[in-house]
Every structure is written in structure tokens, then in C-alpha cells.
Design a protein around this ligand. Sequence first.
Ligand code: CLF
Ligand code: SF4
Length: 296
Amino acid sequence: QMSHLPESIRKRVQDHPCYSEEAHHHFARMHVAVAPACNIQCNYCNRKYDCANESRPGVVSELLTPEQAVKKTLAVAANIPQMSVLGIAGPGDPLANPKRTFDTFRALSEEAPDIKLCVSTNGLNLPDHVDELIRHNIDHVTITINCVDPEVGAKIYPWIFWNNRRIRGVKAARILIRQQQKGLEMLVERGVLVKVNSVMIPGVNDDHLKEVSRVIKEKGAFLHNVMPLIAAPEHGTYYGVMGQRGPTAAELKALQDDCSDMNLMRHCRQCRADAVGMLGEDRGHEFTLEKIETMS
Ligand code: CLF
Ligand code: SF4
């Protein structure tokens, strides 16, 4: 997968466990849960998960202040030598919490300049923050794009919060899609490596994600990560409550194969907003605030 990339790009992804399949065997990532608020509602959200904008069983992330996040990052970096990337991916939307997110990035770029910074967003506020992302040297941005058609979007997003008002339905989806696409174009224009995450929701956007893949490829996204909805009523996810199921492994693979014109990520482990370690590994419990106080 890496071999076909130009050398200049290969260098930028070779130690990023999500952007490079090879790298995930050798490098770890961590997330700091500094971003509690969100500016949209996804039907599948239960605010425990992150980047993937995902819903799985687990405990709620320990919310950190930027200062605590920096402390935790330094403690993890000192104890996990493979740790190459620090991501902010939740539990809400990082760009709906710009002060907390950018205070964290600013402090980290000063105190730990070797750690790559990564962010994942629903895209609603992205165009407004592109300049600041560039200023902080953020080279990897993920946008969760589940649709490019507002009619499909209205089935996924009951509302968005926009210009101090709650907007619903197709109108809301149209604004969200416009902002996501504009943010994507602005980042690509500035040379940022954009990954697009899409949650495959059977009967809602499964047939549509091929079109999403085509559009983002055309606009210059670097990588597409098609992930399964994990619906489980006992975890209170809306679709679970409504009887919506997640795709089978075979359905997911068929869709991924259909999207393979685009550079595809197939090794996503749908991390939590406070994940620590190699992909699929969660060592967060080793680095709680209480524990890092006693390290140093
Ligand atoms: Fe985190 Fe996301 Fe950055 Fe990776 S996760 S913010 S790009 S450092 Fe990675 Fe986890 Fe999948 Fe996300 S495996 S959920 S794709
Ligand atoms: Fe939840 Fe993320 Fe959607 Fe916000 S963008 S509602 S945090 S899944």
C-alpha cells in the first residue's frame, strides 16, 4: 500500500498508525479526551467514542483539561516509546471546543515537538479553523463524512447547532455537508493529509457510500476509512433502539471492495476518545490522572 506513494508523502505517514497500514504494527497513538461538547447530533452517537464517531460498550472517558492532557501525553510518551501520534477525537467534536483543543495542541507543540498531532472532526466548524490547524502544524485531519446527499443526511443527523440556532432535517444536513466539503477542499489545497471516516449504516447510507468515496477521491482526500455501525440497544444507541443493525463482516467487505478505487483504510480499530497504545490495544487504565500524578 505504501510502495506506490511518492517519497515525500510516504515520509509523512510512515509513523502514523492510522494513515499507514505498515506503521500500525510499529507505532502507537493516544487520544486525550479534552473536547466534551458537540455541535451536531448523529443518530448513532452515545459520546463515548471518538474519531470513528462510534458507539461501543465502555466507560465514559475521563475528561481532561488541556494542562492534564499535556501531563498525560508526556507520561505516556515516556513510557510507550512507540507512541508517535497524539489525537484529539472527542468525546464530542474537537472543533466545537476550539479553545480546549487548540490550547492542548499549542502546549504540546512546545513541550513535545516530536509528537505528531492529529484531529478528527464532524466538519461543521472546519472551514473556520483551517488556518489555526495549519498554524499548529497539524498535518493529519480526519473528517467523518457519512453522506453527500442531504436527503440521506436527514436520516443520520436529526439536528445541527449553527449560528446559535438548532436547525433540523434536510436543511441541517445540507449545511453540514457543505461545511465538510468546503473544509476538505481547503485542507487539500494547503497540503494537509485528509482522511475521511464513513460509518456504514445498512439501509441508510450503505448504497450511497460509493458515491461519497468517489467525491472525496476527486477532491483529493488521502484515505477513506469505511467503518461498520456498531448498534447495540443495551448501549443506548438510537439505531439500536430503533432496531437498526450494524453491517455483517461480509457486507462491510463488499462495500470496501466497491470503494477500492480510493486509497482505503482497512485496519481501523474504532478507538475510544481516550485510547492509549497500539491500535486495538487500550492501555488508558495505566495512565489515569491518579496514576500519572505518581509517575514523573
Ligand atoms: Fe486518533 Fe483518528 Fe488520528 Fe488515528 S484513531 S484521531 S486518525 S490518531 Fe485510527 Fe482509531 Fe480508526 Fe480513528 S484506528 S478510530 S482511524
Ligand atoms: Fe456524537 Fe461525534 Fe456525532 Fe457529535 S459528531 S453527535 S460526538 S458521533
